[in-house]
Design a protein around this ligand. Sequence first.
Ligand code: AMP
Ligand code: GLY
Length: 430
Amino acid sequence: MSSASSLRILIVGSGGREHALAWRCRVEGHDVRVAPGSDGIAEDAVCVPIADSEHGRLLTYAVGNAIDLVIIGPEQPLVDGLTDKLRSAGIVTLGPSAAGARLEGSKAEAKAFMQRHGIPTAASRTVSDVSAGRRALRSFDEPPVVKASGLAAGKGVTVCESFEEAEAAMCSCLEDQVFGESGATVVLEERLSGEEASFFVLTDGTHARTFAAAQDHKRLLDGDLGPNTGGMGAYSPAPIVDLEIHDRVMATIVEPTLAGLRAEGTPYVGILFIGLMIDAEGVPRVIEYNCRFGDPEVQPLLFGAQEPVVPHLLAAAEGRLSPGQIRGLPAATVVLASAGYPRSSTRGTPISGIEALAGARDLKVFHAGTRRGDRGWETGGGRVLGICARGEDLQQAISRAYEACAAIESDGAQLRRDIGARALARPSSP
Ligand code: AMP
Ligand code: GLY
């Protein structure tokens, strides 16, 4: 397959990220299936009841339905080797191999990789027993950030205010095994300061095409307070990543990362999402690698994109990507989360107002955790909706998103009121 004229695309996953991908593929004129998808995703694509862990059934479906391109949304099936299985059966797949996905699947291996290739990141120590951990703790001048090495659904990182807290976080991984096998190895990491940004690279292993940088809002409450979440909102472009910093990220992080992976025999094909900390001098360092699109960041990226994206996704999966940038209009997503999130999850609470927004200009409601009940939409737990808008400038995009939020009602729903505020407060906002 060498052209992107109406492809049959299978997207694996079921959240807001996969809804945004499905919507984008549909508006670009493709035949889109999503496995397993969700009631909300079914508004934009055909859903296929196969879980992302059922690799054999996904392969059979892809072969039997002459799928031209598989896009794997979440990290777990990537880490578990779904790409390798699909590719070895000749299915064109966007997503790294299991070996490439180790960059997200093992923070300990990612740190060692960065060290081998001179990629700027926080100093760290990796430990797998408590006594070595206590010794390592003593080598830090300030309380370190404590990270379960393996996948922990976004919950494995503790930014500690004291050494006591760091020791407790380390022990809950190594002794109490609160993250199971994922916490059997712990990375203790120097705490970096600066401003965070999410940097997305599409790559065929050699060439890179970037999206505009985005910024997530990880804490539950306004002003970056409260517990960490999967992300309460995002916007793009993020003005912190200006041209100079973009070039610095490419030269000091992206290029050595891709070259390092090639040199180690694990060329990386897919989306590489780099969580950056940019210090006061404009020096970017890697906080973490992820092997997939970020959610909610992907929503403004794909809703704002000003040129077809699918031809680039296909070109990367087929190893013939042309380098460059995918430019986008300013766009923002405000996440609506269910009552109790992130500690607990409320299911079955009615949500009203979604349908009335269907025709709204420059607005799209992405479904992250909804379901259709007898009386209409209801919460399915966790993050529920991503209300995404684009505009001529970021202020307009953000205002549109919040106007739409005002039209949606659901008892106890939580949302932040300051998505994008940091960008708007800058002297020359986009
Ligand atoms: P993660 O769950 O890996 O996305 O990390 C959650 C958050 O922890 C990040 O978005 C940062 O805000 C924070 N974090 C992780 N590592 C560091 C670090 N070395 N210094 C400062 N903050 C960090
Ligand atoms: N929003 C951050 C992530 O997807 O990991």
